[in-house]
Write a protein that binds this ligand. Structure first.
Ligand SMILES: Cc1cc2nc3c(=O)[nH]c(=O)nc-3n(C[C@H](O)[C@H](O)[C@H](O)COP(=O)(O)O)c2cc1C
Length: 421
């Protein structure tokens, strides 16, 4: 029986271990996590979601405070059209973080950045162009276009000196989405270097409706490959969503995928940016604790633990500080929030809403998004005497994907007990 290490992903003439750790915003796929994937010969993602705020945490900047102060007077106003990001600051924050991770990169792998189109930041084109250009300026190896069809994205950066050398890929959930993207990319004579085919069992936002259970990753990978054959294309396909063991990965690599994209198992590693108590909630979860709902204001369904605090607490929007989902001065959460406040004008704080305020909630790790198989995480490690689960390292999980066979999962080594003689 084969293991993942018997395969290689070839990109730009170079070979990589065919394991890609998917982007997980906000700062769940940390620089540390991505660096481990690159060190071990695979591909790691950072995510540029809410990068100004992430920068404040790591680099002692105060972008969020400065923006909040600048737009204070808009707090009572419903229309946030004028609450804009300073593009110079977006550029600076992105460059600093990408340069930092690229300087620290070791090993033969690569580091990509996950850029979501749905992060409209109240000036969709300008902010996306700035984010992508700054990441390329700072030396990122590749850009994975996510959460959107990205029909106009390549055009935004076609003049960048690295446009043809940086690796560019797109996440799709159907061959039709790929077809739409390719029509545009063909006009610029710039095919993507890889395509991530994400199925309905993934974490984060899903490229399906609430009928997600009617779809399956393997069929979509076949569709994409058939479509490529018909068009005479051979863009490497990276399959993701519900690939939980090395053997799952092998079955996709034998069945037309060039690599796999995995995330949920890395979300609970030491290097992941989730707080430790949230990692424990992931381990403890059962199948019944996980749902796909429409609570995200992006309009995409999202998979998460039902216990996510974001589903219980409605809160006053803070678009002056954040505003990452604002589009033309509003966002579906904002609209719903003000409708609810109009019904009960004395209550601004504990408003019950269907949508969540994704910026504030993601930033505070109150949205516990996960892949469908999160309930199996408890089988990947040890339960300790105090009832908590041992956090594996990213290296352990990476190597388990790379070398395990026969549907086995290698458990991490238990820490040596302290000497008590
Ligand atoms: C906690 C978490 C956060 C995620 N956030 C993002 C994101 O910000 N952008 C994105 O494109 N995909 C996101 N995803 C999807 C992953 O990158 C990946 O493609 C998918 O989850 C792989 O399936 P798996 O989790 O079953 O391994 C996220 C997944 C998880 C588990």
């Amino acid at each position: 029986m084969k293991c993942v290490d018997d395969f290689r992903l070839v990109l730009g003439g170079k070979e990589y271990v065919p394991i890609v750790i998917g982007g997980m915003g906000v700062d769940i796929s940390t620089a540390e996590l991505a660096l481990e994937a690159a060190r071990l010969g695979g591909i790691g993602h950072i995510s540029d979601a809410m990068y100004m705020d992430v920068s404040d945490r790591y680099f002692d900047t105060d972008y969020t405070g400065t923006k909040a102060q600048q737009y204070r007077k808009y707090i009572p106003l419903h229309n946030k059209t004028d609450v804009l990001f300073d593009l110079k600051m977006v550029e600076e924050a992105t460059k600093r973080q990408v340069a930092d991770v690229m300087e620290r990169k070791r090993g033969d792998g690569m580091i990509f950045i996950n850029c979501m189109e749905k992060l409209t930041m109240n000036a969709a084109r300008d902010t996306l162009r700035t984010r992508l250009s700054a990441a390329m300026d700072a030396g990122i190896d590749g850009i994975t276009l996510a959460a959107g069809l990205h029909q106009n994205t390549l055009k935004l950066i076609e003049d960048h000196p690295r446009f043809r050398d940086v690796k560019i890929g797109i996440i799709v959930s159907s061959h039709r989405a790929l077809q739409i993207f390719l029509r545009r990319s063909a006009k610029l004579n710039r095919l993507p270097d890889y395509v991530v085919v994400e199925g309905p069992l993934a974490g984060g936002h899903l490229g399906f409706g609430l009928d997600w259970a009617d779809y399956d990753l393997r069929t979509i990978v076949h569709d994409v490959n058939r479509y490529q054959e018909k068009e005479g294309l051979s863009i490497p396909v990276i399959a993701g969503g519900g690939i939980f063991t090395g053997s799952d990965a092998v079955s996709f690599l034998e069945d037309g995928a060039d690599a796999v994209q995995v995330a949920t198992r890395f979300a609970v590693t030491k290097e992941s940016g989730l707080p430790d108590h949230v990692k424990q909630e992931y381990f403890k979860s059962t199948e019944d604790d996980i749902e796909v709902n429409m609570a995200s204001p992006t309009g995409y369904p999202m998979r998460m633990l039902k216990k996510s605090p974001a589903l219980a607490i409605g809160l006053q929007p803070n678009c002056e500080a954040f505003g990452y989902l604002l589009d033309n001065g509003s966002c579906p959460y904002l609209e719903e929030y003000y409708q609810e406040v109009a019904k009960d004008p004395d209550n601004h704080f504990m408003v019950k809403t269907q949508k969540t305020c994704l910026c504030t909630h993601m930033r505070n790790h109150y949205v516990w998004t996960c892949g469908h198989y999160a309930y199996r995480l408890k089988d990947t490690t040890h339960k300790l005497a105090d009832g908590t689960y041992l956090l594996p390292t990213a290296e352990h999980v990476f190597k388990d994907y790379q070398f395990s066979k026969d549907n086995k999962i290698a458990l991490p080594e238990l820490p040596v007990p302290p000497f008590s003689g």
